[in-house]
Design a protein around this ligand. Sequence first.
Ligand SMILES: Nc1ncnc2c1ncn2[C@@H]1O[C@H](COP(=O)(O)OP(=O)(O)OP(=O)(O)O)[C@@H](O)[C@H]1O
Length: 353
Amino acid sequence: MNRDDETTTHSADARLVAPLADGEDSAVEAALRPKSLDEFVGQERVRQQLDLVLRAARQRGATADHVLLSGAPGLGKTTLSMIIASEMNAPIRITSGPAIQHAGDLAAILSSLQEGEVLFLDEIHRMSRPAEEMLYMAMEDFRVDVIVGKGPGATAIPLELPPFTLVGATTRAGLLPPPLRDRFGFTAHMEFYEPSELERVIHRSAQLLDVEIDTDGAAEIAGRSRGTPRIANRLLRRVRDYAQVEADGWVDREVAAAALKVYEVDDRGLDRLDRAVLQALLKLFGGGPVGLSTLAVAVGEERETVEEVAEPFLVREGLLARTPRGRVATPAAWAHLGLVPPPASGGGQQAAF
Ligand SMILES: Nc1ncnc2c1ncn2[C@@H]1O[C@H](COP(=O)(O)OP(=O)(O)OP(=O)(O)O)[C@@H](O)[C@H]1O
């Protein structure tokens, strides 16, 4: 799923549990970002490996190897790139694949880098082909060929670059051409966070935002955050509003649960759209199988919204299965909505999932 897909639908935009940043997130996130590897919660394996890569580079007095970070939105790729720069005591330049449509755009950025600078290229899989090819040489030889002129008279002028560290981020490592993937010295896949890790994220953010929260309150929010720190931080801010107005600013389990009920985020992190999809699947179609288009019409949404915004989380949670014959609810979906599968229909088929 790319950003365009996720942001074109109004349902996706308005969602409290959307993994992509909204305007408010961007304003607050800078204040909540961990500044060092020690402060970065979870992702133990990635953290350990990255720590070694950076320490070794520092000891050698060299620029760190290029790093590729892959994983879903909101798991901390931008944060980690800033940490890499700060651990290497280097400046950072931030850009993204869609912003680099021409090789010349990339040449301009690369030629203005300082020695040792970190270049963070978000959504690297969305860069144009000519820019991508220029990047190969830049990564490997710290050199680019700038083409001057057009047609038979065009000449390539080689341009030396200072050594730099490229940090590429992608939600879809599988879309990267192998020659690009192979040029990264270190590749890290970021996983969704465990509830206990999200609890630590929430406690840390609560402290920075001056929110009083107890362990149970943090656990309640963590369980609804869909494994994603960005969502955890966003839910915390909404709970803070509720607590301020209704509970003297204090957040415990009851306050967190009551707040998130107001915002229609249930105890598993499903929101209204997710539940509408499940409810239609169970109540109107007996648990499926039902075609995606039919399901979308039943919930009054675009096909893409159901497929790209609601379904990935439902599938990940084991509530819905995509089969060649259509969408099918799992036994967990019936249980989650407190419904009993009809004996003669979906129930039997669902046992297979
Ligand atoms: N491991 C972590 N510990 C604490 N906070 C985290 C962690 N990972 C992410 N966050 C917080 O979550 C928010 C989103 O993180 P970030 O912007 O780095 O995600 P991202 O993976 O780059 O997302 P996107 O791809 O959508 O830009 C930030 O506010 C950041 O502080």
